[in-house]
Design a protein around this ligand. Structure first.
Ligand code: NAD
Ligand code: 89V
Length: 340
């Protein structure tokens, strides 16, 4: 049984605590939040008695094999480096860090201890997306040459996560990061990116629309488009829609989790709706299921001595895409990832 501690008992951590409670091979033995009300609420809801207001104090007392960091980005570097000093495995929520330099320093700090740092990049674990990844890797439509990875919504994310309205950066850093990661999971690493951004919602500070063109190293071209300014029915939050062309056919994941594969003169459409876990709430159940799945993957990887898919070294490449997209939009040019 792996013992864990969780830091940051806010909006999203509830999903992580449910995921851990459902896993037979892991147990959260301590929680930490600098906000006493949030600490008490999470501790009472999940029956966790060991509660700390201060992370350093929690690490000093020890008694756990891994830490799950569920705070917002500004605290990630300090907390990951603290975890490295105390020699435990680490899961850190996305976005990895405020800057690529911070993310690289965090990667090195944990690597030096021989422990694992996994970024909680869960969108590639959504079961519908996973099904497509597996079909593609299994050659269902031959060799892919084009992909569109699309997330367009008008859902009010700001009521649950008010900080999203106040940052200089919004959609690429918070949501695009997931969608770019799906593109990497499908089509591999990226050589060049071109991006445009705009802000439609006057009540927020950052950009809420981003359109990105990716040239993948293996030859695929993908379009990654994200919007929180799209008023349409059906409202698809938080679905990622996919359209992929390959040498032998085509594949689409359409609204309502409808998966169509056309190859070899045949067309087949399946309902790949995610299961709704007992604690999940629509429309978040898609994301909530992926939290449970990435946590299971982490436990399996640690137990087997394998690196998890979104280990730091891998996620640095997704994070670099975020930085490159902002640079491209700012300077109005294509950015090679080798520049960063
Ligand atoms: P939040 O602000 O609601 O919660 C963060 C909590 O961390 C707060 O309770 C705060 O008091 C606590 N905290 C901050 N710094 C701390 C420190 N140094 N020590 C102890 N406690 C500290 O934020 P949230 O909406 O839950 O988001 C948390 C993270 O999860 C963000 O990085 C966000 O991007 C990410 N997130 C991921 C997904 C996903 O699907 N992967 C979805 C939503 C949010
Ligand atoms: O997944 C996330 O990081 C969330 C949301 C889906 C709202 O963008 O912030």
């Amino acid at each position: 049984m792996l013992k864990g501690a969780l830091i940051g008992c806010g909006f999203f951590a509830r999903n992580q605590l449910h995921g851990w409670a459902d896993l037979p091979d892991a147990e959260i033995v301590a929680i930490c939040d600098s906000d006493p009300a949030r600490l008490a609420e999470a501790g009472d809801a999940f029956g966790i008695d060991r509660r700390h207001a201060d992370a350093e104090e929690m690490f000093a007392k020890g008694g756990f094999d891994f830490v799950d960091i569920a705070t917002t980005v500004g605290s990630h570097r300090a907390l990951v480096e603290m975890a490295a000093r105390h020699g435990v495995h680490v899961i850190c929520q996305k976005p990895f860090a405020p800057t690529l330099a911070d993310a690289r320093a965090m990667t090195d700090a944990v690597a030096a201890t021989g422990k694992v740092l996994m970024i909680h990049e869960n969108f590639r674990w959504q079961s519908a997306v996973r099904r497509v990844i597996e079909l593609l890797r299994g050659g269902a439509i031959g060799t892919p040459f084009f992909g569109r990875v699309s997330f367009r919504s008008g859902y009010d994310v700001f009521s649950g996560q008010p900080y999203l309205a106040t940052g200089e950066r919004f959609i690429i850093e918070d949501l695009g990061i997931h969608i770019l990661d799906i593109s990497r999971a499908l089509f591999g690493d990226v050589a060049r990116i071109t991006a445009t951004t705009t802000r439609i919602n006057p009540a927020i500070k950052g950009e809420d629309v981003a359109t990105m063109l990716l040239a993948h190293e293996g030859g695929v071209t993908s379009v990654v488009d994200c919007s929180y300014a799209t008023r349409r029915q059906p409202e698809t939050f938080p679905e990622t829609l996919l359209e992929i062309d390959g040498t032998d056919g085509t594949l689409r994941l359409d609204a309502g989790y409808r998966l169509t594969v056309q190859a070899g003169g045949e067309s087949r459409t399946d309902d790949v709706s995610p299961p709704r876990l007992p604690w999940a709430e629509a429309p978040w159940h898609n994301i909530q299921e992926s939290v449970a799945l990435i946590q299971k993957h982490f436990v399996e990887a640690i137990t087997a001595g394998r690196a998890p898919e979104t280990e730091a070294a891998d996620n640095l490449k997704t994070f670099a895409l975020v930085e490159a997209a902002y640079l491209s939009a700012k300077e109005g040019r294509t950015v090679a990832l080798s520049e960063l």
